[in-house]
Ligand binder design. Sequence first.
Ligand SMILES: C[S@@+](CC[C@H](N)C(=O)[O-])C[C@H]1O[C@@H](n2cnc3c(N)ncnc32)[C@H](O)[C@@H]1O
Length: 195
Amino acid sequence: MPRTIFDDAYYQRFYNEDPVHTEQKVAQLATAVDSLCAWWDIPVQSVLDIGAGPGMWRDWYHVHRPHVKVQSIDISEHACKTFGHELLDITAWHPKKSVDLVICHSVLQYLSNAGVSAAIKNISLSCHGVLYIEVPTTSDLEHVVDRKATDLEIHHRTGAWYRKLLSANFQQIGAGLWLSRRARVPLYELEHASK
Ligand SMILES: C[S@@+](CC[C@H](N)C(=O)[O-])C[C@H]1O[C@@H](n2cnc3c(N)ncnc32)[C@H](O)[C@@H]1O
C-alpha cells in the first residue's frame, strides 16, 4: 500500500540522501518542456505545479522565467511549510482559471483509482495548453525504475489504464507531454503519439 505520510523523513530520503530527481535533471527537463511549448506557439505565462514537493519546477520558473505566474500546490503540510506551497489536494480542487502548463511529476502513483480519476478531471479543467506528467506504471516498475532510489510504496497500474483517463481531454504527444484538446495546435502527424 502507498505511504501517505509526506513528512521530513520522506523528503530527506527521496530528495537528499539518494535523490530520485536532482535540481540539475529537473532544470534540463523544465528547459526542454518550456522550449517545446514555445515551439508549439503556447508561450508559457502561467504554470500549475501539482504535488510540488521540494518545488524544483517552481524554482526553475522563478529563476529562468521570472515573468511567469507559478502556483505550486501540495497535500503535505510539511512540504507546504518547508518549501512554500499552497495546501491543496488535486483530487478535490482545480484553479478558477486554467493555465498554459500543468506539471504533475511523480504524484498520481500515490492516489487510489478514484483519486486518480478525480485528479485527472481537475487537471483537465486546470489546463488549456500542455500537461507534463510522469507516473511509474507496472511495466516501468518491472523494467525501468531504479528500485533503490524510488519509493515503491505506490499503486501499480498499467500505462493503458492512465492513458484511457488522460485521452478523454488530452492528446498524447510523447516524452510525458500531453496537449489539451482545448488547445488549437495543429501538430504534424509524426509529432504526436495518438489521435
Ligand atoms: C514523489 S513527490 C513529487 C514531488 C515533485 N513533484 C517532484 O517530482 O520533485 C510526490 C508529492 O505529491 C504530493 N501529493 C500526493 N498526493 C497529493 C494530492 N492528492 N494533491 C496534491 N499533492 C499530492 C506529496 O505530498 C508529495 O510532495
